[in-house]
Design a protein around this ligand. Structure first.
Ligand code: SAM
Length: 234
């Protein structure tokens, strides 16, 4: 399903990453399961082999290069969908303690089966981020929260920052177009500060990784409920 090992190695190399035979084997299983499952349950519009390699796998793993992730960090992937960015990241960095969160149960079902096949340990949560982060067992418990392609920066901050402990980070994976500064007010209200926005090329496309450092506790009234969040972002 993926391009051959040599081509994948060369793409990994040009992104500054290393591909081992073992990782390649796991990514092949991931790609095959994803594309087959996608025929009955909608998970992704990206199914062409080179695109799966670049836009899903390398785009996810590249986070390990752009962000300093200490060993054994606890990471929650908010709105993970088919497991991006955190499942490829966990294959690259098996020490990471992973929690996968999505509001759609059919995606959580897929992820449970996928993680079985890949022999990955993870915690699975079916729920809306704005409800789950109010629960004491998940609130401010993570070193990192991350999200790709879930919402604009202001809304996403309200979904992701409450999960992060003070001293940890919220990582948003973004394309080139969104005005990140529109999320700055939300970031401050929720206890964060915009630490960096790193721009990089993913083959012929521009990408950005936004790193929000958590500097104080999120006030207990946040996140608001989903209808309030949608009505007006912070
Ligand atoms: N992160 C994946 C990726 O980059 O391919 C999936 C992106 S998909 C466009 C957005 C995902 O976020 C969907 O799986 C959706 O169910 C989930 N989602 C949206 N709002 C959410 C919320 N408030 N809480 C949890 N999951 C949410």
């Amino acid at each position: 399903m993926l391009p051959d090992f040599e081509l994948c190695c060369s793409d990994f190399h040009s992104a500054g990453l290393i591909l081992t035979r073992e990782l390649y084997g796991k990514l092949e299983k991931y790609a095959e399961f994803l594309v087959n499952y996608n025929e009955k349950v909608n998970l992704t519009a990206i199914t062409e082999p080179v695109e799966v390699l670049r836009k899903h796998f390398i785009d996810s793993i590249i986070m390990s290069q752009q962000v300093d992730i200490p060993e054994n960090s606890a990471i929650i992937d908010v709105g993970t969908g088919a497991g991006f960015p955190s499942v490829p990241l966990k294959l690259y960095r098996p020490d990471i303690r992973l929690t996968l969160l999505d509001s759609l149960n059919k995606r959580i079902d897929f992820l449970r089966q996928l993680c079985d096949i890949l022999e990955i340990e993870a915690e699975f949560i079916h729920g809306r981020a704005e409800d789950v982060s109010k629960m004491p067992e998940y609130r401010e418990k993570y070193d990192f929260s991350c999200a790709r392609a879930v919402a604009n920066m202001a809304l996403l901050s309200e979904l992701c920052i409450p999960f992060v402990r003070v001293g940890g980070s919220f990582i948003a994976m973004k394309g080139p177009n969104e005005d990140i500064s529109l999320g700055e007010n939300a970031v401050h209200i929720l206890g964060g500060t915009l630490a960096s926005v790193v721009e990089y090329d993913l083959f012929d496309e521009k990408r950005r990784i936004v790193n929000v450092k958590k500097i104080s506790q999120t006030p207990s009234k946040y996140p608001r409920n989903s209808s309030q969040i949608k009505k007006k972002t912070l």
